[in-house]
Design a protein around this ligand. Structure first.
Ligand code: IMP
Ligand code: MG
Length: 216
């Protein structure tokens, strides 16, 4: 095969590849312009940015590291909302620990609490003698947490403490001691970073006020 022929074959291949890339690029550009962004949904007003959340969570992780060093704590995440907070928090806690999950019934699909608390998924391990740190997204009326903390204490845990990302303190009906708190927030319905409205918005990397719950 002559040099000339190899060169012209390569040139043809280059042109073919370039045109494939161009076509794919055009399609991607067009389709991404048509997809409405959930993160910049106009029905959301950012309350706590991703950076504010991450900075505060690192601070909390530092405090928990100091308080729990050598005690092998069991962190209990409350499904589903607290998973996001738990996963960032535990990577900021530099000591031996383990995690478990529980699911507690609360709001269902509306923005009002039912007042009824039920355990939907219980622990798979005994907690007797363990130092427990419950990790929750938000304390609102306090009904869920006061029930859960008392329940865990009654199982003979060595200690039971609470880390909550948000405290909607104005709506408290039952006293709950928050040992590690991220932020106090006003009485508004918030979504994002695990918190949902009818299962939507958990994937936002920030916390936002939902301006109109009935709006698309
Ligand atoms: P509490 O029993 O009233 O304290 O309710 C706690 C639960 O209600 C939380 O774990 C959340 O699942 C839910 N909740 C309370 N306030 C909000 C909110 O503003 N946005 C989303 N979920 C909330
Ligand atoms: Mg919850």
């Amino acid at each position: 095969m002559s040099h000339h022929k190899v060169d012209s074959q390569q040139r043809i291949l280059q042109i073919v590849f370039q045109s494939v890339h161009l076509t794919r690029g055009d399609k991607l550009a067009i389709s991404s312009a048509q997809i409405p962004s959930e993160f910049s949904n106009p029905n959301l007003e950012v309350l706590l940015s991703e950076e504010q959340l991450q900075t505060r969570i690192k601070e909390l992780g530092g405090e928990i590291t100091r308080d729990y060093a050598g005690r092998n704590p069991l962190l209990i995440g409350v499904l589903k909302g607290a998973c996001f907070f738990l996963s960032d928090l535990l990577r900021a806690i530099d000591t031996r620990l383990s995690i478990e999950f529980m699911a507690i019934s609360s709001y269902g699909s509306s923005t009002r609490t039912s007042g009824e608390v039920r355990i939907m998924k219980d622990l798979d391990v005994p907690v007797e003698g363990r130092h427990i740190l419950v990790v929750e997204d938000i304390v609102d009326t306090g009904l869920t947490l006061s029930y859960l903390l008392a329940n865990l204490e009654s199982r003979g845990a060595a200690s039971v403490k609470l880390a909550a990302l948000l405290d909607k303190y104005e709506r408290r009906e039952k006293d709950v001691k928050i040992d590690y708190l991220g932020f106090k927030i006003p009485d508004e319905f918030v979504v994002g970073y695990g918190l949902d409205f009818a299962e939507r918005y958990r994937n936002l990397p920030f916390i936002a006020v939902l301006k109109n719950p009935n709006h698309e």
